[in-house]
Design a protein around this ligand. Structure first.
Ligand SMILES: Cc1cc2nc3c(=O)[nH]c(=O)nc-3n(C[C@H](O)[C@H](O)[C@H](O)COP(=O)(O)O)c2cc1C
Length: 250
């Protein structure tokens, strides 16, 4: 039995992003998964001392998270999210691209929920991450067109914009699937373009059952292995560069 955790990071329940997340939930239920959900529309993304019962001063986030985790005093909203994350075999994130990145609420969810001392520590990260064998997928919408969002597009390559978020999950040990991205999603289309968009979005909603049925075979993002780096943490000359974020300067 697979446990699938579906996270929606959008402030509007009637948005396409929210409908797409619902389609994922329904598809996962239909195939017999145990399904957990989080709607981040009211999640507080700002990590700060007020969340903790008796925070040490000065506020040291990594130490405070570790202390709260080991004493069982994590903030309630964070504890609930950590439990879902730990229970999940698969985590599917739905969000729009905002300013070339996921919305702040998702970054804040990472900041607060990926608790130091619980979800990762210096001995449990990358190839030794706690979430090894688990899988993560981003389902993303952009307002910009596919051409503008490609490798030579004016908006920059959406896959690269998503790399820091993907690497966050890789840090925890997750296998991260290549993102599923729908481009040109916004409310300003008119006439034929509006009809074309509506058709595309309806197809994406209907296609979620098929997408989840093919989950095992969907392509994975490539990351360097721990052994690709030398003792100082730099890419070895013999190791491949699999992302522009970790490369050899010419
Ligand atoms: C604050 C904000 C920033 C945005 N930044 C981008 C961006 O950097 N690139 C882009 O392609 N679209 C951008 N958009 C457009 C959204 O990505 C688009 O409206 C959204 O994906 C549509 O999905 P939705 O209907 O579920 O909101 C932005 C929208 C907002 C509200």
């Amino acid at each position: 039995m697979i446990t699938t955790f579906v996270i929606s990071a959008h402030p509007e329940a009637r948005s396409f992003t929210a409908h797409w997340a619902n389609a994922t939930v329904q598809a996962a239920v239909a195939k017999g998964d145990t399904v957990l959900t989080s709607d981040l529309s009211s999640f507080d993304p700002s990590e700060r001392s007020e969340h903790y019962a008796q925070p040490a001063a000065p506020f040291d986030v990594l130490k405070e998270q570790e202390r709260a985790s080991s004493s069982g005093t994590l903030p309630g909203d964070v504890a609930a999210e950590v439990e879902k994350l730990e229970a999940a075999d698969r985590v599917i994130f739905h969000f729009p691209l905002w300013w070339f990145a996921p919305p702040a609420v998702l970054k804040g969810w990472f900041d607060r929920v990926l608790v130091h001392g619980r979800t990762h520590d210096v001995d449990r990260r990358f190839d030794t991450g706690r979430f090894r064998g688990r899988e993560a997928l981003f389902c993303v919408t952009t307002g910009a067109s596919a051409a503008e969002s490609g490798p030579d597009g004016k908006e920059g390559d959406t896959r690269l914009h998503l790399w820091p978020a993907a690497y966050t999950l890789r840090y925890l040990g997750f296998d991260v699937l290549e993102p599923v991205i729908l481009h040109g999603v916004h409310g300003f289309h008119r006439g034929a373009r509006k009809a074309e968009l509506e058709e595309r979005l309806a197809a994406a909603l209907a296609g979620q059952v098929d997408l989840l049925s093919r989950f095992e075979t969907l392509p994975r993002m490539r990351f360097n292995a721990d052994t690709d780096f030398d003792a100082s943490g730099r890419l070895k000359p013999t190791a491949p560069s699999v992302t522009p974020f970790i490369r050899r300067d010419a």
